[in-house]
Design a protein around this ligand. Structure first.
Ligand code: TIU
Length: 222
């Protein structure tokens, strides 16, 4: 079965059985006060508008049997998988691994590392723990997609120009078609959000397509 999703630079036809919804890093560490995002000096409320549309696409994807994959950025408690260059970067109020109000910053197993309550993974939905910005780097995501015959990714999450863009670029080079749902993504910088989406769809879709939650819901008849 093929469905047609309205998108830019052009509509895209996709087979839901070969399409996965991937939700990037919708973690308390990025979306809630006291986490990694805020320690970097960001206004985390800027990411809030992405939650509701993400949830609608998640519900529809579950109802229609799409593969749903969640990712989380974070590190082992001993920081052995955290590059020193990342840990020492900048002048954050707290560094990766420091104790904060939601536990140690960006560390697996801590409260801040959890996916936000509104988007909690359902039993059976894969959760990819990644040490970097891209979801393919040092993870088994590609193996999982190949085993399921996935050729197209619906991409949601935060932040648009950081982990979403990095993942889309990695996916594009691996031959996956990425459809980024703009209203399901967010950035601490509105201008970077817009530029991040513009870069994906420019030049005939150099990295992929940009669409919206509404266009996907319409296409799958939700
Ligand atoms: N800082 C920022 O915008 N993002 C990140 O550090 N990680 C993700 O985007 N997930």
């Amino acid at each position: 079965m093929q469905i047609l999703v309205d998108a830019e630079p052009a509509p895209i036809s996709l087979d839901p059985a070969r399409t996965a919804l991937i939700i990037i890093d919708m973690q308390r560490d990025f979306l809630e006060p006291g986490g990694f995002g805020e320690t970097l000096g960001n206004d985390v409320s800027r990411l809030t508008p992405a939650i509701a549309p993400c949830r609608r696409v998640l519900d529809a994807s579950r109802a229609h049997g799409l593969l749903v994959i969640h990712t989380r950025e974070g590190h082992r408690p001993d920081l052995s998988d955290a590059p020193l260059a990342k840990v020492q970067r900048g002048l954050p109020s707290l560094r990766i691994g420091d104790p904060g109000p939601m536990g140690r910053i960006l560390i697996r197993g801590e409260a801040g590392h959890d996916i936000i309550a509104a988007l909690t993974p359902a039993p059976g939905e894969p959760v990819i723990d990644k040490p970097g910005k891209g979801a393919f780097y040092q993870t088994d995501l590609e193996l999982m997609l190949r085993n399921r015959g996935i050729d197209t990714l619906l991409v949601c999450g935060v932040t648009t120009e950081v982990c979403v863009n990095t993942t889309v670029r990695e996916a594009n080079d691996r031959g996956y078609r990425c459809v980024v749902l703009g209203d399901c993504c967010g950035s601490y910088f509105p201008e970077f959000h817009e530029a991040g989406l513009a870069m994906i769809k420019a030049q005939g879709g150099i990295f992929g397509w940009v669409s919206s939650s509404q266009a996907v819901l319409r296409a799958i008849g939700a």
